[in-house]
Ligand binder design. Sequence first.
Ligand SMILES: [Mg+2]
Length: 343
Amino acid sequence: MEKSGNRKSINEFGKFGLVNHLTRDVKPSNKSTITGVGDDSAVIDSGKDLTLVTTDLLLEGIHFNLIYTPLKHLGYKSVIRAISDIYAMNGTPGQVMIALGISSKFSLVQIEDLYEGIKLACTKYNVDLAGGDITSSITGMTIGVTAVGTVEKNNMVKRNGARANDLICVTGDFGAAFMGLQLLEREKKLFIREKVTQPDLSGFEYVVGRQLKPEIPVSTLSELKNKEIFPTSMIDVTDGLASDLLHICRLSDTGCRIFYSKVPIDYETSRVAGEFDIDPMTPALNGGEDYEFLFTIPLEMIETIKTIESVKVIGHMTTSGSGCFIVGDDGSEVEISAMGWKE
Ligand SMILES: [Mg+2]
């Protein structure tokens, strides 16, 4: 096997040396982090709040492709993915733990890049990197992220609290990350087939950015709190708007009606969808990885919710057994399915 200087230096560190090296500048900033990296387990003082814990596993070739995913972005996104689930419970993330499987094909510089992204997301969202594990892998890279957060007992929002007539609200817009992925896949094929090394992604910054470096709309969540809007149910949209809405309906035992023309789609998403000859509503409903929030609120909050510009009301909940439908501009109703919505 070929040996490079960088590859050799990872081996020289050894596991604990590598952990120490990568986390040498990590200092806990949250009061609840009693002990972070360096002991057998992280110690979190949860006091009278509820502690939330969630974990995500990302596998090379399944969840990410290193041909077009810079490692710094991958590290960033892996943290976003985990802490998004804490925010979806109306909680605040405090700590993440990273479990990493790496093969010898990676250099120290590459793993440092990955950690740079991890630490950047931690700093931005005020989360402490509180521990983890690193082991060697023969099947590519594996990233496991566990996020820990807290929520006051009375403030937790689950998926099962929606009631008939509640308004269905969303933050942001949908389908962009999926169209970004289609563009990156197209460039990858050009690279493999025609050895085009300079990807042409100009004019597509929004959709590619939504795929590679998603952000969580935390300011909108704070605005909800400030205006005393308490969701009856909430989920982060990672599987696709349709599928995540159906989760809420199933767990809350409700039906729903959402309106075709109300689903927010960015202009660039529509333009790229047009290039690929697909209806932009398809990625908007089924694309996933939007990292936006879908939540329900009581009907009487309608005037208050209209004052938050980054939130759109896309429909309402209906009684149990009345089905889940998307309503077209002409009034036609099409059943929403997790497999996708078809005209
Ligand atoms: Mg989730």
